[in-house]
Write a protein that binds this ligand. Sequence first.
Ligand code: C5P
Length: 227
Amino acid sequence: SNKITIAIDGFSSTGKSTIARELAKELGYIYVDTGAMYRAVTLYVMRHLFVTESNFDEEAILRHLPFINLRFVFDEKLGYGEIYLNKENVEKEIRLMEVSNNVSKVATVSKVREMLVKQQQEMGKDKGVVMDGRDIGTVVFPDADLKLFMTASTQTRAERRFKELRERGEKVEFDEVLKNVKDRDYMDSTREDSPLIKAEDAIEIDNSNMSLQEQFDKILKLARQKI
Ligand code: C5P
C-alpha cells in the first residue's frame, strides 16, 4: 500500500500529540512532535541566552543555532521517540510550565523556524509520517496527503492542560494555565512568520465533546481513505 504524509495542526492542548502518536503506531509510521523541537530550542535559550528572566538577544540565538543539536531517539518500550538536546534527554524538562511560557516567543524567530522546518522536511521526506504542530500543513508539508486542524474551546483545552500538569506534580494554578493557553493562541496565530492558520484543504475537527476513541476512529478512517 501507499505511504502517506499526515499533517496535524491546531492550537495548544487540543490533544494533537496523543492522537498523532496513536495514529503513527497503528499505521507503523514515524511520529514527529514538532512542538517538542521548539520547546527544546527554548530550553537551550533559557539556559544559556536569557538576558533577563524572559527576554533573549536574538543575535545571540542566531550565533548559537549551529550548536543546538536535536534528535528523536525511538524508545521501544514507549513506542515513540523522545527528544534529545545535545545528547541529553529533555523530554520531561521541555514540558515544564516555564518552557511553555517562553516557547511562543522563541518560535517567532525566523532563523529558528527555518532550521527546524528543514529538519522536519528531512524526517518526512520518505512519507509514512504523522507530524503535528502549527505550520505542518501550511509550511512544512503543503502537499501533505491528509491535513487535519484540531480545535477545542479555550476552557476545555486549559482544563486538559491543567489536569495533565497537576498529574505530573507541577504546582500550577488553573488561571495561570488558562492565561498561558490564551497567550500562546494569540502569539502563535498573529506572528508574522508561519502563523497558525487552518490550511485551505485541512479538515477541521473540534474535539471539545469527543472521546479519544471517537477522534481516533474518525481520523484513522480518513487516513485509510488515502492509503
Ligand atoms: O505543540 P506544543 O504546544 O508543544 O508547541 C509549543 C509551541 O511551539 C507552540 O505554542 C508554538 O509557539 C511553537 N510551535 C510552532 N510551530 C510548530 C510547533 C510548535 O511555532 N510547528
